[in-house]
Design a protein around this ligand. Structure first.
Ligand code: HEC
Ligand code: HEC
Length: 607
């Protein structure tokens, strides 16, 4: 009975916290992390002890066990780590002279806010009392792509963390039940090691909020009054230290990372040829469709349509490709692992350009021979196509009947066309926008509504996924944006790509790659969480790339923020596959207004 009453109080507590957070979003006050809770909120003086005469009286505190605030954690929690199993039991120290605080931090390497915390662990523990009495256990939920984590993921995550501590994998999101959907990753859970009770939790705290909470808990455990809360230092009266660091890292980066799989990627002559090919409708036998049909420089290299139209209407929205050369994966479902592989899809797609590699090779011979030869002929002399049919691609009987050397020679021309187009795309630069000026230190670059929007963006957790210079993590998430499929079925997204990608003709590990050995492996474990998952798009250019989402079903930026604010509740199951991820944000109407204002300034204009 008594326990239930306690649980009731603890729950009221969470609600009160959330209430504080959303009121702050509505008022004129700058956003500040929720203050540490008042001492009186929960009576903790009844903490039992499990030590007598210097010896433990139990192997583990008695139940009932629950993964919930104010509850004793179950003894059977265990996670795999590169150094062997990590058991929660090993943290129980009933006879320690003073309680320590086990801080379990839950995050993932796809998550921008988590990256900040991982690489600022020393900063967070800089209070001597915390360095001495906090034991940190990092749990990693997923890998860089948001796939299930492996021991290798944990080992890489360990490298990121600038202080010693254990890192284990937790694909099950053990502490999800204690959190609900409101906290932003990384999640901090504070456990008393003498009782193994989960005392409190927090998401993405500022260094000051973290210190206040941890010092407050330790003081209570020592039977002392909680010290006064440390006020977070705010940049521009608005952003906590961790938030401001992430904003600074959003500054535009000019050049894309090198792509060793495309030896021509940074050759000006290849970019010049690629630029012509990009807008050449003659590469399509219809003479009507080029890449530029759907990727118009004036529309952030999108087309302004819900679903693109080539020779026929396709099922998805054309993303802005101005900065696609910086991305790890191409397409909403990541079914190409390089930019040149991506460029080899649309020409042979019946709905897009309806062309074929043999048709493209003939066009190169007829109209671009000199330019092509200047770049490629030294290594790949152009084949003689005179005796060959006008069109042909794998699957066509006449093409498949050609000798394999002939098919390879045709395909080589086609691949080089893809590499030239990729070289052009790699040469695209966009101008800095108002956010870049703000990130560079000009606080007047944003007006009040936009500043408010930026603070909401950081606080509700958009920067978990939209971070870095392109405001994307290049990972795959299920957020239930509605389908754009012509047949009305839900789009299954990433999950269908996982089983087939490694065998795809033009992947970076194929013989067409200029650096097969440097290519990342493409075999994946099964990952049911990838049902309905799509790549986080860049937000640079969203001011001009309406409509939005993989299906193009959200007409305006306000519609996008409404979708988020209501956690996709308006989208029926028939229109979207998968389960909304628990770390997707939820917020009120005022927050929504600010977010829309912020998104509206994210231009990606050409110089
Ligand atoms: C009929 C319209 C159409 C044509 C023509 C077209 N695209 Fe696209 N493009 C799209 C659509 C729609 C998508 C998203 C499709 C998907 O993810 O399944 C896309 C995706 C892309 C992407 C991936 C961007 C990202 O962020 O994932 C790149 C790069 C791209 N296209 C470049 C090109 C190039 C190069 C060509 C010409 C060889 C081309 N496109 C032709 C409509 C088109
Ligand atoms: C868990 C990762 C995640 C979080 C958190 C997140 N996003 Fe996204 N965002 C995505 C993904 C994935 C998509 C594409 C979804 C789809 O089409 O199915 C997307 C799409 C968008 C788009 C549409 C862009 C376009 O070109 O179509 C906008 C705008 C956007 N997000 C803004 C936000 C804002 C604002 C927030 C915070 C309220 C936010 N996102 C939080 C992952 C995330």
């Amino acid at each position: 009975m008594a326990r239930n009453a306690r649980a009731g109080v603890a729950f009221a507590w969470v609600v009160a916290l959330v209430g504080v957070a959303s009121v702050a979003a509505c008022g004129d006050e700058p956003s500040v992390d929720p203050q540490p809770l008042p001492d009186a909120a929960v009576d903790r003086d009844d903490s039992p002890t499990f030590c007598a005469d210097g010896k433990p009286t139990v192997a583990w505190p008695p139940g009932p066990y629950e993964i919930a605030l104010e509850s004793t954690l179950p003894p059977d929690l265990t996670w795999a780590s590169p150094e062997g199993a990590v058991d929660i039991e090993s943290y129980f120290e009933p006879c320690a002279p003073r309680s320590r605080l086990l801080v379990i931090r839950v995050g993932a390497p796809w998550c921008g806010t988590c990256l900040w915390h991982a690489s600022h662990t020393q900063r967070l523990l800089s209070e001597p009392k915390l360095a001495e009495r906090v034991v940190l256990l990092d749990l990693v939920l997923a890998d860089e792509d948001n796939m299930p984590p492996t021991l290798a993921t944990a080992a890489r995550w360990r490298e990121r963390i600038d202080a010693p501590g254990k890192v284990a994998i937790d694909a099950q999101y053990t502490f999800g039940p204690a959190v609900g959907s409101r906290e932003v990753l990384p999640l901090y859970l504070y456990v008393d090691t003498r009782t193994m009770r989960l005392r409190t939790l927090d998401g993405d705290p500022s260094p000051q909020t973290f210190a206040s909470k941890a010092l407050g808990e330790l003081a209570e455990l020592d039977g002392e009054p909680r010290p006064a809360a440390i006020k977070p230092a705010l940049y521009d009266g608005l952003l906590t230290e961790n938030q401001w660091d992430l904003v600074r890292e959003m500054k535009l980066v000019a050049a894309p990372p090198p792509d060793p799989t495309n030896a021509y990627g940074d050759l000006p002559a290849a970019a010049a040829l690629g630029k012509k090919l990009f807008s050449d409708a003659q590469l399509s036998p219809s003479g009507t469709v080029s890449c530029a049909t759907c990727h118009d420089a004036a529309k952030a290299f999108g087309d302004g349509l819900a679903q693109s139209v080539g020779l026929a209407k396709v099922d998805r929205n054309a993303p802005s490709i101005a900065l696609a050369s910086h991305a790890r994966w191409q397409f909403w479902d990541g079914r190409a692992d390089t930019l040149w592989m991506q460029a080899l899809g649309p020409p042979e797609n019946a709905k897009e350009m309806g062309s074929s590699r043999l048709f493209v090779a003939h066009q190169i011979e007829a109209r671009y021979a000199a330019e092509y030869d200047a770049i490629f002929a030294a290594k790949y002399p152009r084949p003689d196509l005179s005796a060959l049919p006008a069109e042909g691609k794998p699957g066509d009987a006449t093409y498949d009947a050609l000798p394999s050397e002939t098919r390879d020679a045709i395909t080589r021309v086609y691949v080089n066309v893809g590499k030239a187009i990729a070289a052009f795309e790699r040469s695209i630069r966009v101008q800095p926008n108002a956010l870049d000026r703000y990130a560079g230190g000009d606080t007047s670059a944003l007006d009040d509504e936009e500043r408010h929007g930026l603070s909401v963006f950081m606080r509700v957790g958009c920067a978990q996924c939209h971070w870095g210079p392109r405001l994307t993590n290049d990972a795959f998430h299920a957020l239930r944006f509605a389908t754009g499929r012509q047949d009305g079925a839900a789009d299954r997204g990433r999950i269908d790509v996982l089983a087939t990608l490694s065998a795809a003709e033009f992947v970076a590990t194929s013989k067409w790659s200029d650096a097969r050995a440097s290519a990342k492996p493409l075999t994946f474990p099964s990952a049911p969480s990838m049902l309905g998952a799509f790549k986080t798009p860049t937000l640079r250019g969203v001011s001009r790339s309406a409509p939005y989402g993989h299906g193009g079903t959200l007409a305006t930026l306000l519609d996008v923020s409404t979708h988020y604010g209501r956690r996709a509740e308006l989208v029926p199951a028939s229109q979207a596959a998968g389960v909304v991820e628990p770390w997707s944000p939820e917020f009120d109407g005022h927050a929504q207004g600010g977010i829309t204002a912020l998104l509206s300034i994210l231009e990606a204009d050409l110089p």
